[in-house]
Design a protein around this ligand. Structure first.
Ligand code: HEM
Length: 216
């Protein structure tokens, strides 16, 4: 599965913009926190900082992994950026699970973020396991699913902006969006990466992964 150049450009621009937006949190300035959660964030600066630092790395690096040109011209950089992306997911995911019980919107929103955090760690971990076993096609599928979840940071903020423009109740919208920001992304990614009957299943192709080699 290859995404179109335009699709990739939109995904990369949106991811970069949200990563830049999130970078303001690195100042730990309470004025940057949204008012409903300011006291909570002030009391939990460490898990919030861990989450945002890791998630930001994942969001900024993730789109580059889908550039066929980068993958083909410089497999070594694909691997290096991939390591940074997965470390970002790991650190960001641990931070997300620490923040989920404190999230705004009550138990339904908290459960939504916790499930997203678990799915995020699981898809990234499975993608890593697949490539370490040389199962390139399955690695590709799991990484598409992983980034679809990373991209929830973008869909969440776009949906919140729409809810604000539409003057919907903030707490209710936030609760619904805690699920809506990632479940459709994951379903779409699953559909895109499905094994199509009649097409050769390239997941059966295995390569030998040599550390530092040019094998991808
Ligand atoms: C994909 C898995 C993710 C999960 C499970 C997750 C979970 C959370 C949770 C539970 C909070 C606290 C929300 C609240 O207080 O109501 C939060 C806040 C935040 N997260 Fe994530 N997050 C994820 C990905 C990301 C990504 C990729 C970014 C991008 C940089 C990001 C940036 C932020 C920021 C900036 C905040 C502070 C609150 C805000 O301004 O929205 N998160 N996250």
């Amino acid at each position: 599965m290859r995404i179109t150049r335009a699709g990739w450009a939109v995904m990369t621009v949106l991811s970069t913009l949200i990563a830049l937006y999130a970078a303001k949190y690195a100042s730990f300035d309470p004025d940057t926190y949204f008012s409903e959660q300011r006291a909570t964030y002030l009391a939990h600066q460490l898990p919030l900082g861990i989450h945002i630092f890791g998630a930001l790395v994942a969001l900024a690096f993730g789109p580059w992994q889908f550039s066929a040109r980068l993958r083909e011209r410089s497999p070594r950089w694909h691997r290096r950026i991939g390591v940074a992306y997965l470390l970002g997911c790991l650190v960001g995911g641990i931070g997300a699970l620490l923040m989920a019980p404190l999230a705004y919107g009550g138990v339904v929103a908290r459960l939504g973020f916790a499930c997203l955090g678990v799915a995020w760690l699981a898809t990234g971990g499975t993608g890593l396991r697949m490539i370490l076993h040389g199962r390139v096609e399955e690695h590709r599928r799991w990484m598409v699913r992983s980034f679809a979840l990373t991209f929830a940071a973008v869909t969440l903020r776009l949906m919140l902006a729409v809810a604000m423009v539409a003057r919907l109740d903030f707490r209710t919208s936030y609760t619904v969006i805690a699920w809506l920001c990632w479940v459709p992304n994951l379903l779409l990614a699953w559909w895109f990466t499905r094994v199509r009957p009649g097409r050769p299943d390239r997941s059966l192709v295995r390569v030998k992964v040599v550390p530092g080699g040019e094998d991808l």
